[in-house]
Each structure stands twice: as structure tokens, then as C-alpha cells.
Design a protein around this ligand. Structure first.
Ligand SMILES: CC(C)=CCC/C(C)=C/CC/C(C)=C/CC/C(C)=C/CC/C(C)=C/CC/C(C)=C/CC/C(C)=C/COP(=O)(O)OP(=O)(O)O
Ligand SMILES: O=P(O)(O)OC[C@@H](O)CO
Ligand SMILES: [Mg+2]
Length: 231
């Protein structure tokens, strides 16, 4: 399947380390979201990723893997999204893991299926922030410089402002999107209602909805229904 990230406005992120019933998965996959992104920062294994992929593949919705663990690179996804944590203080999460993975997969992978994400993690309480030793004490100028670094210097197709677990600063998101020329701005964190989805969708290009799927499925499903015409 050919998938174009530039068409995505709404994405559900499913965590292979969390349980989801068949009925809930059915509703997520049939919700009208643009893509199911499979990923998480901890507890991701080859087995739980394969299991989730097999279940999602019963549906027509595009399905991408956000690679967070070299042991859990599973073939068969439509696309592979590769996070690079630009504000990590540890090179392991900027190039280290990637370097190791390319020793194994570099010669065989289909580069048309690989998309790099320039992550800026802004919630210091997120597990991804502690795992990657992200410097989350950033002001607007810092974030914009990281966004330009991703967009102009490294020509990454995605800048991802990550507040995982908390709803972020929409003014910062809006101002970051405004300086991007080519990259798409992904926003994720704390979207747990239609109102927040609407607000985030006005500020970013693509909104990512994760945790609320597991805490309140009904509210999660409502996030798909924001007005797409005003942008
Ligand atoms: C044959 C075949 C399968 C071919 C394809 C092979 C392929 C695509 C190879 C890619 C090669 C490559 C360069 C791989 C990169 C390897 C890798 C492990 C990179 C590191 C990625 C990284 C920086 C991970 C750190 C964690 C992170 C930023 C994860 C992103 C997702 C995220 C933030 C999820 C939030 O998680 P959650 O659990 O919800 O967190 P909270 O609890 O805080 O909410
Ligand atoms: O889980 P939430 O807080 O919705 O965040 C979504 C996503 O950005 C996590 O990587
Ligand atoms: Mg999560």
C-alpha cells in the first residue's frame, strides 16, 4: 500500500505493550483515522508488535511502525517511522541506535518505506523523556531552532512535538508550524476530547492520539471528528 504522510491529519497510536480488546480495535480501525501508528517507549517486543500488526491487518486502514526498539523491527508495515530525538543529551537516541540498526538492515531495507521524525520531547514526565535523557527545559526559540534543524538542515519530513501524557502549549505548536517549509508538524500529547483535537489540529498538521484509547475509548473515537475544513 502506498501511504502519504502528507495526507495524514489524524493518527491513532497503539501501544503493543497495552491490551486492547477486539471490539475496541475494530472501532479504532474503522474510525476514519488516517493511519494506525504502532509504537511506545517501553515494553515493546517483536512478539507483541507482530501480534498487534496481525490484528490490525484485518482492516484496510494504513498501518505504520514507529520503531523504538531494534529487537522489535517487524516486517509487513506500510511504513516505518524512525524517531530521532533532537533534544536528547545522549547520542544513543540521536544516531546511536540508528547506527546499530543500519548495520543489520541498511543493505536490505526499502528506503521508500522509511520516514525520519525529528522529535522534540517537551514533557519531562513522559517515559520517552527519561529514557532518552531529553532536555525538556526549552523555550520557543530553542524549539524553533530544533524545528529548523530538522526541516532545513537535515531535511527530515516530520517534526514531532511530543508532550506524551500531557496537553501541550498550542501557541508554541502554532508558531513552530509557521516556520516549517517542507516538514510536516506532528503534535502528540494529552488529546482526550474533541475540543482538544480541534485545537491541536488547528495548530499542527497532524495530531496523534494515544493514551485516551486505553482510558476512555468513546472520547478517543470523538477525536477523529474535528472540523477539517478550516485549515
Ligand atoms: C526487514 C525490515 C523490517 C525492514 C525495515 C527495517 C527498518 C525500517 C530499519 C530502520 C533502521 C533504523 C534506522 C532503525 C532505528 C532504530 C531505533 C531503535 C531507533 C531509536 C528510536 C528512539 C529514539 C527511541 C526512543 C523512544 C521514542 C522516542 C519512541 C517514540 C515513540 C514514543 C515517544 C512513544 C510514547 O510512548 P509511550 O509509551 O506512550 O510513553 P508515555 O508513557 O510517556 O506516554
Ligand atoms: O498518549 P498521548 O498523550 O495521547 O500522546 C500521543 C503520542 O504523542 C505519544 O507518543
Ligand atoms: Mg502512550
Amino acid at each position: 500500500m502506498i501511504v502519504d504522510i502528507r495526507q495524514w491529519k489524524h493518527v491513532f497510536k497503539l501501544d503493543p505493550d497495552k491490551n486492547i480488546s477486539d471490539d475496541a480495535l475494530d472501532q479504532i480501525c474503522m474510525s476514519g483515522t488516517d493511519c494506525i501508528l504502532v509504537g511506545g517507549s517501553t515494553g515493546i517486543t517483536f512478539d507483541n508488535t507482530v501480534d498487534l500488526l496481525a490484528r490490525i491487518r484485518q482492516y484496510e486502514v494504513p498501518c505504520a511502525l514507529e520503531v523504538s526498539n531494534r529487537e522489535a523491527i517487524v516486517p509487513g508495515f506500510d511504513l516505518f517511522l524512525i524517531p530521532v530525538v533532537l533534544n536528547s543529551l545522549d547520542p544513543e537516541w540521536i544516531v546511536g541506535q540508528h547506527h546499530e540498526a543500519l548495520k543489520e538492515y541498511g543493505a536490505i531495507l526499502n528506503w521508500n518505506e522509511v520516514v525520519t521524525e525529528g522529535y522534540v520531547i517537551l514533557n519531562r514526565d513522559a517515559s520517552a523523556a527519561s529514557l532518552t535523557k531529553a532536555n525538556t527545559e526549552l523555550d520557543l526559540k530553542d524549539v524553533i531552532a530544533y524545528a529548523r534543524l530538522a526541516d532545513k538542515l537535515f531535511r527530515m519530513p516530520i517534526v514531532y512535538l511530543e508532550y506524551s501524557g500531557r496537553f501541550g502549549d498550542m501557541e508554541l505548536v502554532r508558531r513552530t508550524k509557521a516556520i516549517l517549509d517542507d516538514a510536516r508538524l506532528f503534535y502528540g500529547g494529552g488529546i482526550d476530547s474533541l475540543e482538544k483535537a480541534q485545537e491541536a489540529a488547528l495548530a499542527a498538521d497532524t495530531i496523534v492520539v494515544g493514551n485516551v484509547i486505553y482510558s476512555d475509548l468513546k472520547l478517543a473515537l470523538q477525536t477523529v471528528n474535528f472540523d477539517r475544513t478550516g485549515r
